[in-house]
Design a protein around this ligand. Structure first.
Ligand code: G6P
Ligand code: BGC
Ligand code: BGC
Length: 914
C-alpha cells in the first residue's frame, strides 16, 4: 500500500510546492492526537494492572517483571564495584569501575571503557557473547592498578528477564539487535560467571543483575519528590518504578515496595496502538530480527528512529517528492540512517546543515528544500516517539498515583539513554506531553548519573551486603547442622553412658530403675486417681479402667511460679488442695482410691512407691525436696491437710507413664519418649543388666534421665556459645545439657540468643538491638512451631515477629525462619540419635538381627512442631537401620499410664495377699 498515494493515483511531482504537500501528507501519518495519546495511556495502564495481577497474561501485554530491588538508595553505600553493561546501547558493551563513597566522601568519577560488539557475536551462540564480555572485562581491568582482591560486579543486562533473586535472572527473549542462540530460559548470571571463570584472570563475584532502567532509577537524584521511576530511551525503551509489593501477585509480600520493570516495549494494543502503526512501522517490523514483537519499542527506541526516517525518505524519493526521484544505493540500504544523523538535524537553526551532511553521507544530491524536508521527517518521527513515550510514562505515573491512593503525586523520573543525550528536543516534547496527560503529577526529570553505572553499583553494594549477611548467617548456623558422623558419635557416646550407668559406674546417664517390670496386659481393672506433675500442666485425674476400655476425667490446675520456686511444703500442700478440690467436684470425697503419681523429675526409686528426688529440672526449684522421698512428702501433706483418704501406690516418671499408656494399646511399646518442656526416655531393659536391682531374669523399665546426658562434658564439642548462654542463664547451670539442646523450655531461648548475635553483627533488624529481644523467654518455643509451619506464608511469619516488637525488613523474616529451622532440626536429630541408641541396645540385648519396636511419645514440642516428629523418625532410620521403629503418640498424657502402673501394683498386691 502506498501511504501517500493521491486519490487520482498520480505518482510523479513537478514543483517544490507539490513536494512539500506530499511530504506533509506523509508526515501526517506520524501525528498522534492528544486523544489518541490518552487512549494509549489508558490501555497501557490497564495492561500494566492486568499483568500485576496475572503475570501469565497475553504476550502482547507489558510484562511487569519484579526486580529484587526493594528500596531506593540511601546514599550510604560504599566501596569499589565493577559494572558491566550489556544491551543498553546497541552494539556496544561498557565496563565501569565505580567507587561509592557514601554520604560523606567526595564524588569520584568512574573509569569506563566501551567495546564494540561485532555483529557476528550479537547474532552468534550465547556462549560466544558472554565469552566476549568476559574478555572485554579483563581487558579493562588490566588497565587498572589492582591488587589481587576479589572484585564485586554488577551486571546491567537490558533485556526482559525473569528475576528470582538479586543474582538470578533468566532471559525471556532477546530484543533490539541481539539474537544469540541457546540463551532464552538461561540464567544470565551463571553464564557470565562461567565465562569469567574461563578467563581465569580475576576473581570476580557477580553479585547483582539489573535492568538498565533500574540502574537509571538508582542513579537518579532527588527532585521535589523521591526518584522512583527509571526511564530509558536508548536503543530500546522501557521504564521501571516502585510498586507497592502487595499489588504484585507473584510476590508473597504485603509490605514495602518493589521495583517493577514494566517492559513496555512489548505493549501492543490493537485498539489503541493499531491505528497509529504506519506502513513504515510494518515494513520496519518485517525487516527486524524479531518481527511481530516489541511493536511499541519499534516506534520509540533509538535503534529504530533512523530506520523509520530512512523508510520515509526512500518512499518520498520513490514518489519523486525528494532528490529528484533518484535514490542512492545507501538510501535503499537498511540501517544507513542512524540516531546521530537525527541528532545532527535536531537543532532548528543548525539542523539544516546537519541534514546536508546526512544527505551527502548517503550520496544524495540535494537542493536546499530537500534538506529542510528531510529535517521535518526527522522531527516528525522523533516527535511521535517522544509523545508515545510520554503517554507510556503517564500510564506509569497514573499507576503510581493509584497504587498509593494519592491525590497528587510528586516524583522524580531518572532518565537515561542515547535518545535523551542526543535529541534534547525529545525531553522537552516528553515533558510537555506528560504535563498534558498527567496534570495532577508534579514530575521532575533528572538525568541518571554516569549513565546508570552508579545506580548499578549501588544495587551491587546492597546485594553484596546481603550476600555478606547470608555468609554470616550460614557461619552462625553451621554448628547446628549436624552431619551423619556427628550423630553417630552422639549415638555411640549415649550407648557408652547407658552401659556405665546400668553398671553403677560414673556416667551422665543415671539409668534409674523404676520397679515397673511389665507393660500392661489388658487385664487391669478398677478406678484410680492420678496426679501428673512436671509438664506444662499440673493435672488431677480420675481413671476408670474397665473391660470396655479406659475412661478419664481430668482437671488442670495451675501452680503459680512462686509455688514451684517456693518451699517444698507449700508445693505439696498446694497439690493436696487440688486433689481435695477435684475429689469434691467429682463426688469422690471420702473414697479411698489408689493413687498413681506421675512425677516428671529424676527420682531414685527403691520401690514402686518410693522415689527420692535427685534434683529438680525444668525451672522447678522448691526448697527442701531434693534428697527427699517425694511420696513421703505427699503423704505428709495429706496428713497436714487431713485428707486422710488418699492411698499413694506408685510414683512414675512421665516417660514411664507414656510407655505404659501406649503399651495398653500396643504390646510392642517398650520405649517411652518425652519431648516437651523437658526431654527424657525410658525403655524395658533386661534385669540382669541392671546392677542396682537384684535378680537375673525378667525385665525392668529404666528411666534413663537422658536430659542430663553430656553433663560430664561429653557433648561439649557440639555445644555452641548460644547453648552456653542459655545454660548459664538457667537455674541449673551445667546441668541437663542434652535437654537444653532439645526441649521446649530452651529452644526459644537458643533462637533468641542467635537473633541477638545476628543483630549485633548487623545481619538482622538493621543492626538495631531492640528492648524486646533482650527479655528472657520472650521468644517462646511455640513460635518455632508456628513460624516453621508450612501453611504459613512469610507474611504471617512477619506478623508473629512484629507482635514481639521486632523491627523487621523483608529479608529478616526469612532469616529468622532459617534460624528456627536450624535450631529445631538439631534438636530433632539429637533426639533421634538418642532413640537410635536405645532401640539398638534393646536389639542387641535380645541378640536379634532385626527388631521391631514401638515408642510411646508425648510432649508439646513433639506434638505441635510441624516437622520434629518426622525428623526424629528419619534420624532413627538413618542411625538404626536394623530396627523398625513405630512412634505412637500418647493421647491421654502419662496420668493414664500412672493409673495403669497403679492397677498392676494393686493386682499384684491382691494376688500376693490371696
Ligand atoms: C505428658 C504428661 C506430662 C509430661 C508431658 C510432657 O503427657 O502428662 O506430665 O510431663 O507430657 O509434655 P510437656 O510439653 O507438657 O512438658
Ligand atoms: C528491553 C528492556 C530494556 C530496554 C531499554 C528493551 O528492549 O526489553 O529490558 O530496559 O530495551 O534498554
Ligand atoms: C526430667 C525427666 C522428665 C523429662 C520430661 C526432665 O527434665 O528430668 O524426669 O521425664 O524432663 O518431662
Amino acid at each position: 500500500m502506498d501511504p501517500t498515494a493521491s486519490p487520482s493515483g498520480e505518482g510523479a511531482l513537478g514543483c517544490p510546492e507539490d513536494s512539500i504537500r506530499l511530504v506533509e501528507t506523509c508526515l501526517q501519518l506520524f501525528t498522534v492526537t492528544d486523544a489518541q495519546l490518552q487512549q494509549i495511556q489508558a490501555a497501557l495502564l490497564a495492561s500494566m494492572e492486568q499483568a500485576l495481577q496475572d503475570p501469565e497474561g497475553p504476550a502482547s501485554a507489558v510484562r511487569m517483571l519484579p526486580t529484587y530491588v526493594g528500596s531506593i538508595p540511601h546514599g550510604t553505600e560504599q566501596g569499589d564495584f565493577v559494572v558491566l553493561e550489556l544491551g543498553a546501547t546497541g552494539a556496544s558493551l561498557r565496563v565501569l569501575w565505580v567507587t561509592l563513597t557514601g554520604t560523606e566522601g567526595p564524588r569520584l568519577e568512574p573509569r569506563s571503557q566501551e567495546f564494540v560488539i561485532p555483529q557476528e557475536v550479537m547474532l552468534g551462540p550465547g556462549q560466544q557473547l558472554f565469552d566476549f564480555a568476559a574478555r572485554c572485562l579483563c581487558e579493562f581491568l588490566d588497565t587498572l592498578p589492582l591488587c589481587q582482591q576479589p572484585l564485586q560486579l554488577g551486571f546491567s543486562f537490558s533485556f526482559p528477564c525473569h528475576q528470582t533473586g538479586l543474582d538470578k535472572s533468566t532471559l525471556i527473549s532477546w530484543t533490539k539487535g541481539f539474537w544469540c542462540s541457546g540463551m532464552e530460559g538461561q540464567d544470565v548470571v551463571q553464564m557470565l560467571r562461567d565465562a569469567i571463570r574461563k578467563q581465569g584472570a580475576y576473581s570476580i563475584d557477580v553479585v547483582a543483575v539489573v535492568n538498565d532502567t533500574v540502574g537509571t532509577m538508582m542513579g537518579g537524584q532527588l527532585g521535589p519528590g523521591p526518584c522512583e521511576v527509571g526511564l530509558v530511551v536508548d536503543t530500546g525503551t522501557n521504564a521501571c518504578y516502585m510498586e507497592e509489593a502487595r499489588h504484585v501477585a507473584v510476590l508473597d509480600e504485603d509490605r514495602g515496595r518493589v521495583c517493577v520493570s514494566v517492559e513496555w516495549g512489548s505493549f501492543h494494543d490493537a485498539g489503541a496502538l493499531g491505528p497509529l502503526l504506519t506502513t513504515f512501522d510494518h515494513v520496519l517490523d518485517h525487516g527486524s530480527l524479531n518481527p511481530g514483537a516489541q511493536r511499541f519499542e519499534k516506534m520509540i527506541g533509538g535503534l529504530y528512529l533512523g530506520e523509520l526516517v530512512r523508510l520515509v525518505l526512500a518512499h518520498l524519493t520513490e514518489r519523486r517528492a525528494l532528490f529528484g526521484g533518484c535514490p542512492s544505493p545507501a538510501l535503499l540500504c537498511p540501517g544507513s540512517i542512524l540516531l546521530e544523523h537525527l541528532a545532527a538535524m535536531e537543532d532548528p537553526s543548525s539542523g539544516e546543515a546537519g541534514a546536508h551532511v546526512l544527505l551527502q553521507d548517503l550520496g544524495l544530491s540535494t537542493g536546499m528544500v530537500d534538506a529542510k524536508l528531510v529535517q521535518q521527517v526527522g522531527w516528525a518521527v522523533s516527535t511521535r516517539a517522544a509523545r508515545l513515550c510520554a503517554a507510556a510514562l503517564s500510564a506509569v505515573l497514573a499507576r503510581l498515583q493509584r497504587g498509593r491512593e494519592l491525590q497528587t503525586l510528586r516524583v522524580a523520573v531518572a532518565t537515561g539513554g542515547q535518545v535523551f543525550e542526543r535529541l534534547p528536543r525529545f525531553l522537552s516534547v516528553l515533558r510537555e506531553t506528560v504535563q498534558l496527560l498527567a496534570p495532577q503529577c508534579e514530575v521532575s526529570f533528572t538525568p541518571s548519573e554516569d549513565g546508570g553505572g552508579r545506580g548499578v553499583a549501588v544495587v551491587t553494594a546492597v546485594a553484596a551486603r546481603l550476600a555478606a549477611h547470608r555468609r554470616l548467617l550460614e557461619e552462625t548456623l553451621a554448628p547446628f547442622r549436624l552431619g551423619h558422623r556427628e550423630l553417630e558419635a552422639v549415638q555411640a557416646q549415649m550407648r557408652g553412658a547407658m552401659s556405665r550407668g546400668l553398671h553403677g559406674e560414673a556416667s551422665s546417664l543415671r539409668m534409674l530403675p523404676t520397679y515397673v517390670r511389665a507393660t500392661p496386659d489388658g487385664s487391669e481393672r478398677g478406678d484410680f486417681l492420678a496426679l501428673d506433675l512436671g509438664g506444662t500442666n499440673f493435672r488431677v485425674l480420675l481413671v476408670r479402667v474397665a473391660a470396655q476400655g479406659v475412661r478419664i476425667t481430668n482437671q488442670v490446675y495451675s501452680i503459680p511460679e512462686g509455688v514451684t520456686q517456693g518451699s517444698g511444703q507449700q508445693l505439696f500442700d498446694h497439690i493436696v488442695d487440688c486433689i481435695v478440690d477435684f475429689q469434691r467436684k467429682q463426688g469422690l470425697s471420702g473414697q479411698s482410691l489408689p493413687l498413681g503419681f506421675t512425677f516428671s523429675f529424676p527420682c531414685q526409686q527403691l520401690g514402686l512407691d518410693q522415689g527420692i528426688l535427685l534434683n529438680w529440672t525444668k525451672g522447678f526449684k522448691a526448697s527442701d525436696c531434693e534428697g527427699q522421698d517425694v511420696v513421703k512428702l505427699l503423704r505428709e501433706a495429706i496428713h497436714r491437710r487431713q485428707a486422710a483418704k488418699l492411698n499413694v501406690v506408685a510414683i512414675v516418671n512421665d516417660t514411664v507413664g507414656t510407655m505404659m499408656s501406649c503399651g495398653y494399646e500396643d504390646s510392642r511399646c517398650e520405649v517411652g519418649l518425652i519431648v516437651g518442656t523437658g526431654t527424657n526416655a525410658c525403655y524395658m531393659e533386661e534385669l540382669r543388666n541392671v546392677a542396682a536391682v537384684a535378680g537375673d531374669s525378667g525385665h525392668m523399665c529404666i528411666n534413663m534421665e537422658w536430659g542430663a546426658f553430656g553433663d560430664d562434658g561429653s557433648l561439649d564439642a557440639l555445644s555452641t556459645s548460644f547453648d552456653a548462654s542459655v545454660d548459664q542463664a538457667s537455674i541449673n547451670p551445667g546441668k541437663q545439657r542434652f535437654e537444653k539442646m532439645i526441649s521446649g523450655m530452651y529452644l526459644g531461648e537458643i533462637v533468641r540468643h542467635i537473633l541477638l548475635h545476628l543483630t549485633q553483627l548487623g545481619v538482622l533488624f538493621r543492626g538495631q538491638q531492640t528492648q524486646s529481644l533482650q527479655a528472657r523467654d520472650i521468644f517462646k518455643t511455640k513460635f518455632l512451631s508456628e513460624i516453621e509451619s508450612d501453611s504459613l506464608a512469610l507474611r504471617q511469619v512477619r506478623a508473629i515477629l512484629e507482635d514481639l516488637g521486632l523491627p523487621l525488613t523483608s529479608d529478616d523474616a526469612l532469616m529468622v525462619l532459617e534460624v528456627c529451622q536450624a535450631v529445631s532440626q538439631r534438636a530433632a536429630r539429637l533426639c533421634g540419635a538418642g532413640v537410635a541408641a536405645v532401640v539398638e541396645k534393646i536389639r542387641e540385648n535380645r541378640g536379634l538381627e532385626e527388631l521391631s519396636v514401638s515408642v510411646g511419645v508425648d510432649g508439646t514440642l513433639y506434638k505441635l512442631h510441624p516437622h520434629f516428629s518426622s525428623l526424629v523418625a528419619a534420624t532413627v532410620r538413618e542411625l538404626a537401620p536394623r530396627c523398625t521403629v513405630t512412634f505412637l503418640q500418647s493421647e491421654d498424657g502419662s496420668g493414664k499410664g500412672a493409673a495403669l502402673v497403679t492397677a498392676v501394683a494393686c493386682r499384684l498386691a491382691q494376688s500376693t495377699r490371696v
